[in-house]
Design a protein around this ligand. Structure first.
Ligand code: COS
Length: 388
């Protein structure tokens, strides 16, 4: 563990207070204005949220996976747009460099990513390449000391705020699949890089996504992550293994928050002369929600501990991401139901959290992609056992 148990308990208590006293009270404002107030971003920087997982030598807290998910259980209780603000730095926007970057790349970028002075973003998805990530079409053609990037990346979280992109592009047009893909650290002001308009979304107002367009974008060869061509897909997969555990933890946090809201509402609201909480049909929803959230919490913690012990957790990360994101969807839906008509009205947060939670089942790999990863691991193992 990076932190002793007292320090970790203190960190989690501080994050819980921050969520209760600053983030949850600002949810309505963020949803209305589609922006995180500058005062809250400044508080996030002061708390070190952008650098939760950056190595200590680069100014981060260097949290282990277990510590990271414990922190995200707390931070995930607020509307997910808040987490999005700093989480690309903690996860997919920084980990490509942290895991596979050269010493120079780490020294150049990790300190600013850790402090939040620089926002990192992860550019894998394209207009015609979503789940089939190995089919990346963006090209990176070597020309002297530069790679010339051409193509469009789509739905790139935090792109409007980012100063640095981890970009997956095909360096070898002869290799059609994953083997021809390389990863690059591309700075925002590189000539030939431009941004599309921020998308209008179903939920998570305050978190922004847009296209990132490369038009003969000249990227110095030193920006090839790890300095080796053809490793980009594997870098992306390693980043996503970790990212999926982080997302699963965010789902747990939000699930627990919604259960508090749901039961808190039901003990106060009265119908037929008694509190809603006394009706057994609703009690079944509370119980199913709690069991869902508890199971998700246990899965995430178990997978995180396994990763910290050096095990390959692709299968466990997919199980946790799939279960926790589906669970928070069920819980958010029950919360709307328990709120009845009020559940459909903006003033009560139930409808917002229902819309916000929907994205968890899609990004960083849809539920169906997690199923494919889990099934592939199981069938590969079975074939090996059978000597096939
Ligand atoms: N860690 C390290 N390496 C990995 C890996 C992982 N988790 N997963 C796969 N690889 C390696 C494989 O071992 C293989 O290497 P070799 O060619 O040396 O054997 C290579 O990467 C290709 O793997 P695979 O054949 O499994 O790739 P597929 O093209 O079949 O793709 C899926 C696999 C579907 C799992 C992948 O495309 C995926 O995760 N898609 C979803 C992408 C996603 O989450 N997008 C969301 C937007 S990003 S926020």
């Amino acid at each position: 563990m990076a932190l002793d148990s007292d320090t970790l308990a203190q960190l989690c208590a501080t994050l819980r207070r921050f969520v209760d006293e600053q983030l949850i009270p600002a949810e309505a404002e963020v949803a209305e204005t589609d922006a995180i107030p500058a005062r809250i971003v400044a508080q996030m920087r002061e708390l070190g949220l952008f650098g939760l997982t950056a190595p200590e030598e680069f100014g981060g807290l260097g949290l282990t996976m277990e510590e990271e998910v414990l922190a995200i259980f707390e931070l995930g209780r607020a509307a997910p747009a808040f987490r999005s603000m700093f989480a690309t730095n903690v996860g997919i926007g920084m980990q490509g460099i942290a895991i596979d970057g050269t010493a120079e790349q780490k020294a150049k970028y990790l300190p600013d990513l850790a402090s939040g002075a620089l926002i990192g973003s992860f550019a894998l998805t394209e207009p015609d390449v979503g789940s089939d990530a190995g089919s990346v079409r963006t090209t990176a053609r070597r020309e002297g000391d530069y790679y010339i990037l051409n193509g469009t990346k789509r739905f790139i979280t935090n792109a409007p705020h980012a100063g640095l992109f981890t970009v997956m592009a095909r360096t070898d047009p002869e290799k059609k699949g994953a083997a021809g893909v390389s990863a690059f650290a591309v700075e925002r002001d590189t000539p030939g890089l431009s941004l599309g308009k921020p998308e209008k979304k179903l939920g998570q107002q305050g978190a922004h996504v847009c296209d990132v367009i490369f038009d003969n974008c000249r990227v110095p060869i030193g920006q090839l992550i790890g300095g080796i061509e053809g490793q980009g897909f594997k870098t992306a997969m390693k980043v996503l293994d970790k990212g999926r555990l982080h997302i699963a933890a965010a789902c747990v946090g939000l699930s627990e928050r919604i259960i508090d809201d749901m039961v808190g509402y039901a003990v106060q609201r009265r119908q037929f002369g008694k509190p809603l909480a006394d009706f057994q049909l609703l009690q079944a929803m509370f119980a199913d929600s709690k069991a869902d959230a508890y199971a998700a919490r246990c899965m995430v913690l178990d997978a995180a501990r396994k990763r910290d012990s050096g095990q390959d957790v692709s299968l466990e990360a997919s199980c946790a991401k799939m279960f926790a994101s589906e669970a928070v969807g069920r819980i958010a839906d029950r919360n709307v139901q328990v709120h009845g008509g009020n559940g459909y009205i903006r003033e009560y947060r139930a409808e917002q959290l229902f819309r916000d939670a929907r994205l968890f089942r899609i990004y960083e790999g849809t539920t169906q992609i997690q199923q494919i990863i889990i099934a592939k691991a199981l069938t590969t193992e079975a074939r090996e056992r059978a000597g096939l």
